[in-house]
Design a binder for this molecule. Structure first.
Ligand code: SAM
Length: 242
């Protein structure tokens, strides 16, 4: 997969793209991330990329021309089928959307700054407006990094064991069950017996039930489309819950 990021602050991405699993994926050629500085496409002496909003009001708005020129510079390097504007006004990023984006050969991510991007860019060139949550950051760079990291986990070879992706929260619609590691007893708190007995069927059942329990307690809105077995496990949980 190739991801092009259009930003006014490409330097923010440098350590992020070198570290950990993402750094390895880029080194291995599973993923290519290219950074384009929108300011390089400003044409005036002051390299202006923003201007005052029509109608007055506080702050500045990112101008159309440098963004469009930056997008045009990708011609031939990227199919540009999916151009994502990171924006608090966008569709909320979910695991389903991450999986959908992970199927693409390439993506363009456009990072806003100031009061945001001139609406005419969003209307004509952007295919997806995506928000990472109901709060406002100063720029689209962190949201773009969130999206890159989440999407990269969907690419073959990035996460060593695919099973660990499949058992993550949201992948199959539920929250993940709790996890434990050594020591078996810590400050009087013991690891559940079932996890130490090596009975894989019992462990699978326990994990499913605890995933359902966590989801029921924390995110009941996610409990949809459950199988008969899930319904039985939920009924057990109901009986166990005071
Ligand atoms: N005036 C805009 C509004 O109220 O919707 C906020 C602009 S924000 C200060 C500047 C840029 O940060 C946005 O253009 C967007 O690219 C990015 N941004 C801020 N919060 C975001 C969020 N929750 N999700 C995605 N991008 C966000």
């Amino acid at each position: 997969m190739r991801i092009d990021v259009l930003t006014l602050f490409p330097e923010l991405f440098d350590p992020f793209l070198k570290a950990s699993l993402l750094g390895k994926a880029i080194q291995a050629g599973v993923l290519t991330v290219e950074l384009t500085n929108i300011r390089d496409f400003a044409t005036d002496r002051h390299r202006t990329v923003d201007d005052a909003p029509y109608g007055g009001g506080a702050g500045m708005v990112m101008k159309c021309e440098p963004i469009v020129a930056a997008l045009d510079s990708l011609e031939g390097r990227n199919s540009r089928e999916r151009v994502v504007l990171l924006s608090p006004r966008g569709q909320r990023l979910t695991q389903d959307l991450v999986q959908d984006l992970g199927e693409e050969e390439d993506l363009v991510l456009l990072c806003g700054r100031y009061e945001g991007v001139d609406e005419r860019v969003a209307e004509t060139l952007v295919t997806d407006e995506i928000s990472i949550g109901d709060y406002v950051l100063s720029g689209g760079e962190l949201p773009a990094m969130v999206l890159i990291e989440a999407v990269s986990r969907m690419l073959p070879g990035v996460i060593g064991a695919w099973e660990s992706v499949e058992t993550d929260s949201f992948f199959e619609g539920l929250l993940a069950p709790p996890q434990y590691t050594r020591p078996p007893s810590f400050r009087g708190m013991d690891v559940p017996e079932v996890l130490m007995q090596g009975n894989h069927a019992a462990i699978r059942r326990w994990r499913r039930k605890e995933a359902l329990r966590a989801t029921r307690e924390r995110r009941p809105d996610l409990l949809t489309g459950l199988t008969d077995i899930d319904q039985k496990l939920l009924a057990e949980i109901e009986l166990e819950t005071p």
